[in-house]
Ligand binder design. Structure first.
Ligand SMILES: [Fe+2]
Ligand SMILES: [Fe+2]
Length: 168
């Protein structure tokens, strides 16, 4: 297993998640766009690795962070096509962590920290579902940072190409 295309050359990290990455359902996340031009698989790998690095620095359960970070959006559908009118709490933003947990639990043995990371990753949107572990806060924070960066990436690329054309 190599993650060179993601610029990840960290053998230790890869050893913690390679069994997940070999799974067909996990791989199928590459067919869905998460934000901007980023696939759900790319998003999950990015959240997983960045969260892992932080958790390791803080001496927390970095293996659970790496694994649950990779599975946190395993909802397995194109959420952009989910346009039917639904009450607020039935919308993708609220429901997909439960779907991801359900899918991940069917495929892998998850510990309590991993379950909490996956199902609480949209907090504070999911108001009363407050994360129980510091590991969960790391993933939900990194997820928000990455989601924002990925959403604006196409715009940033456009501006930088206009800018570089104008200055050259
Ligand atoms: Fe999510
Ligand atoms: Fe996410």
């Amino acid at each position: 297993m190599n993650l060179d295309q993601y610029n990840i050359h960290d053998e230790e990290y890869i050893s913690y998640i390679s069994d997940l990455l070999e799974n067909e359902s996990v791989q199928s996340m590459k067919q869905y766009i998460q934000h901007g031009n980023t696939t759900t698989l790319d998003h999950c790998i990015s959240v997983s690795y960045k969260s892992y690095k932080i958790a390791k620095k803080l001496n927390l359960d970095y293996v659970s962070v790496a694994r649950a970070g990779l599975l946190h959006d395993l909802f397995l559908y194109d959420w952009h096509k989910n346009t039917e009118k639904k009450p607020l709490f039935k919308k993708h933003g609220f429901t997909h962590p439960y779907r991801a947990l359900q899918n991940a639990s069917k495929l892998f043995n998850l510990n309590d920290i991993e379950k909490d990371i996956i199902v609480k990753h949209m907090w504070p949107l999911t108001l009363t579902h407050i994360p129980r572990y510091r590991e969960s806060y790391i993933v939900l924070f990194v997820d928000k940072v990455r989601s924002t960066a990925e959403t604006f990436a196409p715009l940033t690329e456009k501006f930088s190409s206009i800018f570089s054309k104008n200055v050259s």
